[in-house]
Design a binder for this molecule. Sequence first.
Ligand code: KDG
Ligand code: MG
Length: 406
Amino acid sequence: MKIAHAEVLVTSPGRNFVTLKLVTEDGLVGYGDGTLNGRELAVVAYLEEHVLPLLTGRNAHAIEDTWQYLYRGAYWRRGPVTMAAIAAVDVALWDLKAKAAGMPLYELLGGESRRGALAYGHASGNDLPQLFDSIREHLDLGYRAVRIQTGVPGLGQIYGVAGGDGDRYDYEPARRSAVALEEVWDTRAYLRHVPTVFEAVRHEFGPELPLLHDGHHRMTPNQAAALGRALEPYDLFWLEDCTPAENPEALRRVRSQTTTPLAVGEVFNSVFDYQTLITEQLIDYVRSAVTHTGGITALRKIMDFAAVYQIRSGFHGPTDISPVGMAAALHLDIALHNFGIQEYMRHSPATLEVFRTSYTFVDGLLHPGSTPGLGVEVDEQASRAFPYSPAYLPVNRLTDGTVHDW
Ligand code: KDG
Ligand code: MG
C-alpha cells in the first residue's frame, strides 16, 4: 500500500483547520489533523516544503518507521510546529491502515476498553446567573461533567468565558481577531473569587457532578498551591494548567501542598515534557492532544508510560482540534485502559458541514463509531466556501500593562 499523493487542505468553517490528505495507489484516502491555533500556516509550510516530498512512494503501512524517519531523521526534534506536522502524517496513516483493514481504528489499538468516553463541556458565565444557565444548558445537552470558568469582579472580558451575547464559545467565533485582542488580568482578584464560585456551584448542583477548572498557566507555584487547597472542599475532578508549563519542577511545590487533582500538558509536544511529571507522579491527568504531540503513535506511548504511575488521560478537545483530531483522540480513549475523561466542546454547524463525522455523544459518553478508519471524511467542495482567515488568541496583560502568562 504505497502513498501516491499527499496534499494539505486549509479551510476555515468558523475557524481555521489544517488537514493532511494522503491517497494510496489503490485510491484509499486518509486524513490527519495538523491544526496549530493561531500558527496554522507555519504547519502548512512545514508539511508542504519539508514533509510531503518525502511521502510519495512510501509504504503507508509502515507507521512506526515513518514516525521515526520524520522525528529522528530531521535532526531538529520536537516543538509544536514539527510535532503537529508529524501528527498529521501519523493520523492519516492510521486512518489508511484501519480503512485497509476494514475496521474502526480502535480495533487496531487493542479494541474497546469501555462503552464510551466520559466527556466534559465548557460551562462559563460572566456572573453566577449566567454560569448556572450555562451549566444547565450543558446538562440538558447530556453532559455529565463540566468545566467551570467565570468572570472576575473588577476585570473585563476574560479568556475562557463566553461573551454572554449569544456566543456559545469563548473563542469561537467571538474572540477570533486578525490582530490579537488584549485582556486585563489580576491573579489576586481571581484567587479571591474562584472558591466562592465553586461554593455556589456545589450548593446549586450538589456533590455528584464532576467539576473541572482551567488556570491557563497563570499562577505561581505558591498561588496554585493556595488555590488547590481552597478548592479541596469542592472535590474537583481536576485543576488544569495551574503554573506555566515550561517548568515541571513547579508542580512539586503544588503537589506537596494540595490533594486537588492536577492536569497538565495541552501545550506539550513530546514525552520528554512529561518525564519529571510522570515519574514523580506530580500530575493525575495527561492533557495532550493527538494533534500536538506527534499523533497516535506518540501519545499512545506517553499513555503507556503514564499507566505505570497511575496517571490517566484527559485529552485536549477544544474546537481548534479539528473533527479529524477529535476522532483520533476518541479511538485512543476507547482503547486505552488508563482513560480518564475527554474534553469535548462541540464544533460549529459550519465545521461539521465540511468534516463529516461518525462519532456519537449519548448520555454524556462519546464513541468514535464503527466506520472503518477514523470515521471522518472531508467534503472538499464544501470546504472551498470557507477560505483561511488570520485569527489569533487574545493576549493577557496585568493591570499595569505587563504581558502575563497564559
Ligand atoms: O488553542 C488554545 C486553546 O485550545 C486552549 O486555550 C483551550 O485551554 C484550553 C482548553 O483547555 O481547552
Ligand atoms: Mg486548557
